[in-house]
Design a protein around this ligand. Structure first.
Ligand code: C2O
Ligand code: CU
Length: 482
């Protein structure tokens, strides 16, 4: 396991605090010795509940998690019977350190069967939440204990894998943050932000999960309410000049999240599977459903002003006919005091070696739309998931997957249980190197990635993470044998 994504492999460097930096910081804080800080309660508008660790043992995180319907006020004055983990959207933040054992005592109090999939975690197949393959569905009133090691630092998330478009669309998802104790300090004040959406009508009722029929399935259903940690357009209190670190996950059923902030750039330091080989600068952050990003941002602006973090439409294939306006996803209200002088960003880099593609097995997949007997049917290589034969492979093998998109919509492709490296036009892993588990396959495009199967045999799913597409058949299985 360690070969694939070694832990603690950062080039560590002590904070480079110069004497001048310290003096400036003290002056900006207005009080010598006190480092500049975010305003009191700065993140309360988006604060997540953290699940209580029931086991005091070092290296073990043990929690209870219950799926149940809970009335939430998502539209002012209205009650929405949302589907929740522990009564909230999103579910509680589960937090562990790389190498910890995570035990989750799950109870299903929903009126339907479900499972939990731990998106991105390299766990044993039996803990992966794939119904019928790795575990039976957990029926109403039932339970299941998930028990596995979280080997790699990064932001992950959990969601159902039964009727997933409807269940995730109704509110079932939550974040799992795995810390690396060896990471450099001082990257920025951290926010874990779960980006999603939900469809509710003016009365507060949940949208019909099959709204729009086949057309709804084809586009992928997006809820009208954008939710940031379950809140609509929340306001974070910030101090200009102080670096923030956003740990973002797109948990929406179908919506792509593209975020931008006028006159600001982002430094992306990590993605799905922890830190990148080296940081990259970007003007916008694009997250397909299932993807994560770890970004640094330094808000700048007049004291007392409010900055918008905008959701910017991204054309995932429906063209201008479905163009929607930009909207605020969330805002940053800057404290009424002069900008702080932050310390320089610590070096952040990670030694990742490029996987060798030369002897790799080839896997060729086409994402397809085909004639079916009834409702709109999607598939892989012309076959919907319910008729597909699993792909066969053996542990220890390296494979290059070529995923070709044959129709007019983008598809975010997700492989369970393993990280991969996306290949560039030259057939080599793209730089900076990073570990991913979900990647966009653009309209009429082809995406290639290389994966090495470590020693975790079993059945592993892969599918489009527009969950409406997955449920319409765009899903398959990889059968890994010892
Ligand atoms: Cu988040 Cu099968 O996926
Ligand atoms: Cu799709």
């Amino acid at each position: 396991m360690a070969e694939i994504a070694p832990r603690g492999d950062f080039m560590r460097r002590a904070k480079t605090t110069s004497r001048i930096g310290l003096l400036l910081a003290a002056a900006a804080a207005g009080c010598a010795g006190d480092p500049p800080a975010q305003p009191e309660g700065w993140d309360s508008a988006v604060a997540l509940r953290q699940a209580r660790d029931l086991d005091a043992t070092e290296g073990v995180v043990e929690v209870e998690l219950t799926a149940r319907v809970e009335e939430l006020e998502l539209v002012p004055g209205k009650r929405t019977p949302a589907w929740t983990y522990d009564g909230g959207i999103p579910g509680p933040l589960l937090r562990a350190r790389a190498g910890d054992r995570l035990i989750v005592h799950f109870r299903n109090e929903l009126p339907a069967p479900t499972t939990i999939h731990w998106h991105g975690v390299r766990l044993p197949a039996a803990m992966d939440g794939a119904p019928g393959h790795s575990q039976p569905e957990t029926g109403p009133g039932g339970g299941f204990t998930y028990d596995f090691i979280v080997p790699d630092a990064g932001l992950y998330w959990y969601h159902p894998h039964v009727d997933s478009a409807a269940q995730a669309g109704n509110g079932l998802y939550g974040p799992l943050l795995v810390d690396d104790p060896g990471e450099p300090a001082g990257l920025g004040d951290e926010l874990v932000l779960v980006l999603s959406d939900i469809g509710v009508d003016e009365g507060g009722a949940l949208a019909d999960p099959d709204s729009g029929g086949n057309l709804g399935t084809l586009f992928g259903r997006e809820g009208d309410l954008l939710l940031i940690n379950g809140r609509v357009n929340p306001v974070i209190e910030a101090r200009a000049g102080l670096r923030q670190r956003w740990r973002l996950v797109n948990a929406a059923r179908s919506r792509y999240y593209q975020l931008a902030m006028a006159d600001h750039r982002f430094t992306r330091i990590g993605g799905d599977g922890g830190l990148l080989e080296h940081p990259v600068q970007m003007d916008r952050i694009l997250l397909t459903p299932g993807e994560r990003a770890d970004v640094l941002v330094e808000p700048r602006g007049a004291p007392g002003s409010t900055l918008s973090v905008r959701w910017v439409p991204y054309d995932r294939g429906y063209g201008t006919a479905f163009e929607r306006p930009e909207v605020d996803a969330f805002r940053l209200h800057l404290a009424d005091e002069p900008a702080a002088e932050d310390e320089p960003r610590p070096e952040v880099a990670r030694a990742i070696s490029a996987l060798d593609t030369s002897a790799a097995r080839r896997v060729d997949l086409k994402l397809t739309l085909q004639e079916g007997p009834g409702d709109l049917e999607m598939g892989i290589n012309g076959v919907p998931s319910w008729k597909a034969e699993p792909l066969a492979a053996a542990v220890g093998e390296t494979a290059v997957w070529t995923v070709e998109n044959t129709f007019e919509f983008d598809h975010p492709f997700h492989l369970h249980g393993f990280f991969f490296q996306v290949l560039g036009a030259d057939g080599q892993p793209s730089r900076p190197l990073e570990w991913k588990d979900t990647v966009n396959v653009p309209v009429d495009g082809t995406t290639r990635f290389v994966v090495r199967y470590d020693n975790r045999p079993g059945m592993w799913m892969f599918h489009c993470h527009i969950l409406d597409h997955a449920e319409a058949g765009m899903m398959g299985m990889l059968h890994l044998t010892p």
